[in-house]
Unconditional design. Structure first.
Ligand code: GAP
Length: 453
């Protein structure tokens, strides 16, 4: 198929955008390749000082929306390591696998669904594939000091199973009434065959999962409810509506436990529309299976009907890293801006994060390196740090310092100048509009919260 020149141009622009984001993420301390000094490991990344702040802000925005602001959702933090029986019962040992093909010439391996067999090998260009075979994505590990098969288990590929096995404990201790949810944030591990596209598909990642237990006859209605809630959340944290859509899964695409799945898709620069979050109706599959295999009754006693039932489960589930990537892509912007020093214009790179997600909320900058200004600026920074993640910076021209803060998405830059000594006010510069206003130092504590939420 021949590509039009406008399509080639679009692909190049998008590749260029990703390159810029990956480079900025490394250069400014958001994301580092894992074990970099040893050459890195495929699909493993470390979060740098700003990345961990951004991830924490994403997680707390999700936790606040899913747990804190609701009466009927509680939290949980279950272990990564669980009995191997959990993974046999859940169906992951049998079914959590992708179809893999291998190039007979160079032995590169690919996921069959990502690389149709009609294609040539992207590594060596030959077209000589092995027949597809299933490859289980779970990482094997051992618990205890022996090599016995009985001690073998897996690193969890989803946090959801920790919720299902604790269902009875939560019902007994929290007096929750159906419908109710149990939410969890934690690491998941998948030995993905094809990794790449930066944080999009990795082998170790944090997940934010809600298992919402409901009456079977109400499950479809609750599914629709959560679809809307989740889309609204993405808009609330600042993602652009035009980059988001729903996509219903075909029956053949669904996980072994689901009778309905809908993805919230994002329009990724490197692949077009693709999954950002998955919603599934898991039915009573997991609770029933664990009840049967463990011998522990995980049904729920419904007071109204005086009957025991196995609730259905609606599950919205998303990765922290994948969300972070969408947020970085949406926030990245380049614009022309006047230079303070030369009276000319230059390109400024800005991460236009929602202020709530910004890793650093305010930068405090003495206009020049003067002892009096430095002292005032440091005092303001110390004060702000009690409530907000503030950064102090005195290195370089004020213009350079503004650009540095724009590039990491700091919503406010607070400049202390010689007038501050007289009028006890500072200049607050808005990251997006670059407008500056004079604010009394003692009003800063209320000025910022009004604009950060
Ligand atoms: N418990 C349901 C579940 O695990 P999933 O669709 O396989 O569902 C949920 O994963 C979410 O986790 C995805 O929507 C995506 O955001 C994220 N995710 C899955 N695999 C990932 C990977 N290899 N790298 C990064 N994020 C991943």
């Amino acid at each position: 198929m021949q590509l039009q020149s406008c399509e080639i141009y679009f692909i190049e622009v998008m590749a260029d955008l990703m390159e810029k984001i990956v480079s900025l993420a490394k250069r400014r301390g958001f994301v580092f390749p894992g074990s970099e000094i040893y050459g890195g490991i495929g699909g493993i990344y470390d979060l740098g000082p700003l990345g961990v702040e951004l991830a924490n802000n994403i997680k707390s925005a999700w936790w606040r929306n899913i747990v804190r602001e609701r009466e009927n959702v509680v939290g949980l933090d279950s272990s990564i390591l669980m009995s191997r029986k959990v993974w046999h019962t859940s169906g992951h040992v049998e079914s959590f696998a992708d179809s893999l093909v291998e190039c007979k010439n160079c032995h590169s391996r690919f996921r069959e669904d990502i690389l149709p067999k009609s294609e040539n090998c992207p590594t060596c260009g030959k077209k000589d594939w092995t027949p597809p075979r299933m490859f289980n994505l779970m990482f094997k590990t051992r618990i205890g000091p022996t090599e016995e098969a009985a001690d073998e288990t897996f690193l969890r590929p989803e946090t959801a199973q920790g919720i299902f096995v604790n269902f009875g404990n939560v019902v007994d201790t929290m007096r929750v009434k159906l419908p109710f949810g149990i939410a969890q944030i934690g690491k998941g591990f998948r030995n993905e065959i094809t990794i790449g596209n930066f944080l999009f598909r990795v082998r170790e990642f944090e997940m934010m999962e809600l298992e919402y237990f409901t009456f079977p006859k109400q499950a479809e209605r609750d599914f629709e409810y959560w679809q809307k809630e989740r889309m609204d959340w993405f808009l609330k944290v600042g993602l652009n509506k035009k980059n988001l859509r729903f996509r219903e899964h075909e029956e053949t695409e669904r996980a072994h436990y689901a009778i309905r799945s809908v993805d919230i898709e994002y329009n990724w620069p490197f692949m077009g529309w693709g999954e950002l979050e998955g919603l599934a109706n898991r039915t009573d599959y997991d609770l029933k299976a664990h009840s049967k295999e463990s011998g522990r009754d995980l049904s729920y006693f419904d007071e109204a009907s005086k009957k025991k039932i196995f609730p259905y489960v609606i599950e919205p589930s998303l990765g922290v890293g994948r969300t972070m990537l969408a947020i970085l892509i949406d926030a990245y912007s380049e614009e022309k801006a006047p230079t303070a020093e030369k009276g000319e214009s230059e390109t400024r790179v800005v991460l236009k994060f929602h202020p709530n997600l910004a890793p650093i909320k305010a930068a405090v900058l003495p206009l020049v390196k003067d002892e009096k200004l430095i002292k005032i600026a440091k005092d303001i920074h110390k004060d702000l740090k009690r409530e907000w993640n503030s950064m102090y910076d005195e290195a370089g021209t004020i213009g350079r310092r503004y650009r540095r803060q724009d590039e990491i998405g700091t919503p406010f830059a607070i400049t202390v100048d010689f007038d501050t000594i007289k009028d006890k006010s500072v200049t607050v510069r808005d990251r997006d509009t670059m407008k500056q206003e004079r604010v009394a130092v003692k009003k800063l504590a209320s000025y910022l919260p009004d604009r950060l939420n």
